[in-house]
Structure formats: structure tokens, C-alpha cells
Design a protein around this ligand. Structure first.
Ligand SMILES: NC(=O)c1ccc[n+]([C@@H]2O[C@H](COP(=O)([O-])OP(=O)(O)OC[C@H]3O[C@@H](n4cnc5c(N)ncnc54)[C@H](OP(=O)(O)O)[C@@H]3O)[C@@H](O)[C@H]2O)c1
Length: 225
């Protein structure tokens, strides 16, 4: 059976990726920060790894714990939104900037060299859970500026990871899950978690219809960068 690594698996979209891959019999490595989440993920049947993506030592720890594993899919899902109020009229402060950019962008940069070599033998897929809010072409509102900027940067990390690792057989995708009912998306979001992840998993699985180096939503629609 195939193997997936889900980075940021404690709740929301990452937890649902873990549930759905486990339900299909996959081996899943699932990362968490808290002990409660480790136990919950272990009880679901996942192999658990402790990872705070802001901590460089944790990222190094993932590298040695996964040494020798052959991954079919790695999902870089961990992310934060930051201040809802940030906009061109109200720029973020230093602390919010550091948290959002380190969690969403620097972590993505640091994860690529760790997981790409583990994906290459199986010609696997590295999927970044980005957001349509990171599309420069589609930007039509200014709220959530810091989050938008961070996801635009994630898209560039994904594109460059594609440029670097596609020749080694690694497929890199940037994905938009829809506006989903999670802690981040809130109760008024229009997509259920299970539907979002079922859709994203279909995109990840279909290597023919969805080539690497591109940006897709959970329904398989191509998005403009
Ligand atoms: N929900 C939406 O509508 C939506 C739309 C577009 C894109 N997205 C993206 O989808 C991804 C998941 O979102 P979600 O809605 O599931 O959000 P969520 O419910 O807030 O969950 C966020 C996840 O990221 C993890 N995380 C945050 N900071 C971390 C860190 N420093 N180290 C390790 N893990 C960390 C959290 O772990 P803890 O439990 O330990 O905090 C949690 O597992 C994010 O990248 C988000 O930007 C979501």
C-alpha cells in the first residue's frame, strides 16, 4: 500500500487527509504539536511525528525519523492565517509577520529538501495546501493581506520546487482546498472538510490530468498564479 506524509495533521484539513488515506489502507505519517493530538492520531492508526514547523530542529528531526522511507505523497498543510484585519491600510506588526511568514513560507522552503528525496524513488507528489487568496491574478479584495502575501510566496516555493525536483521524478502541486469549514475557515464556509479532501485527493492521485508545476482547486479546476 502507498505511504503519505501529512504535515500539520492535528485538525482541519490535515486531520481529514490522514483519516481518508488511512481509510483506504495507506500508511500515514502524521505530524502534530501536542501530546493530545499525538494520541488521537496514533489511535486512528497513523505513525506520529512531532513537528513544529517554526522549529528548525523539529524539521531536522523529521528528516532523520523518515530516513529510508519511500513516500508516495507528502502534503504540506500546516498553516496560519494571522490577523484578519491586515490590509494595505493596516499593515501587520512584526510579530504577526514573523509568525505567518515563518509558518507558511519559511517552513515550506525547509520542508522541500527534506521530503523531495523521499518522494523521488516512487515518483511521488509533493502537494502544498496553498490558497486561492495567494493568486495575484485573481486578487479582488485586500483583507487578509498578510495571509495572501504568504500564500503567493508559497506558490513560488511550489513552482521552484517543481523546477528543481521534477527532473528527479517528483511532481509538485499547489492546491486550493476551497473555503472550508475548519477552525481557520469558520462555520460559514461553503465546503465540507470531507468534500474538500476527497477532491484534493482525486487531484493528487490523477498524475495524467493534473501535471506538476500547476495550481488547482479541489474540484480540479486550474487556477491562475
Ligand atoms: N479552511 C480554509 O477555508 C482554507 C482555505 C484555503 C487554504 N487553507 C489552508 O489549508 C491549510 C489547513 O487549514 P485548516 O483550515 O485545516 O486550518 P486549521 O484548522 O487552523 O489547522 C491548521 C493546522 O496547521 C497546524 N499548524 C499551525 N501552525 C503550525 C506549526 N507552527 N507547526 C506545525 N503545525 C502547525 C495546526 O496544528 P495545531 O493544531 O498544533 O495548531 C493545524 O493542524 C492551511 O495551510 C490553510 O492556509 C484553508
Amino acid at each position: 500500500m502507498p505511504t503519505a506524509l501529512v504535515l500539520g495533521a492535528s485538525r482541519g484539513l490535515g486531520l481529514e487527509f490522514t483519516r481518508q488515506y488511512l481509510a483506504e489502507g495507506w500508511t500515514v505519517f502524521a505530524t502534530h504539536r501536542s501530546e493530545d493530538d499525538r494520541i488521537r492520531l496514533r489511535d486512528l492508526g497513523a505513525n506520529t511525528l512531532r513537528l513544529d514547523v517554526m522549529q528548525v530542529a523539529d524539521v531536522a528531526g523529521i528528516a532523520w525519523q523518515l530516513e529510508g522511507e519511500r513516500l508516495d505523497v507528502a502534503v504540506m498543510n500546516a498553516g496560519v492565517y494571522g490577523p484578519r484585519t491586515s490590509s494595505p491600510r493596516q499593515p501587520p506588526g512584526d510579530a504577526d509577520f514573523d509568525t505567518v511568514m515563518r509558518t507558511n513560507v519559511l517552513a515550506a522552503m525547509r520542508i522541500v529538501p527534506v521530503v523531495a528525496p523521499l518522494l523521488a524513488p516512487a515518483r511521488g507528489t509533493l502537494a502544498f495546501v496553498s490558497s486561492r487568496m495567494g493568486s495575484i491574478a485573481e486578487a479582488g479584495a485586500a483583507y487578509g493581506m498578510l495571509y495572501r502575501v504568504s500564500k503567493a510566496a508559497v506558490n513560488m516555493v511550489a513552482k521552484l520546487a517543481h523546477v528543481e525536483h521534477a527532473p528527479l521524478g517528483v511532481r509538485v502541486l499547489s492546491l486550493h482546498p476551497g473555503w472550508v469549514r475548519t477552525d481557520m475557515g469558520g462555520p460559514n464556509a461553503d465546503v465540507a472538510v470531507a468534500d474538500s479532501i476527497a477532491g484534493l485527493r482525486r487531484v493528487i492521485a490523477d498524475t495524467g490530468a493534473f501535471p506538476g508545476g500547476c495550481f488547482y482547486d479541489y474540484r480540479g479546476q486550474s487556477l491562475a498564479w
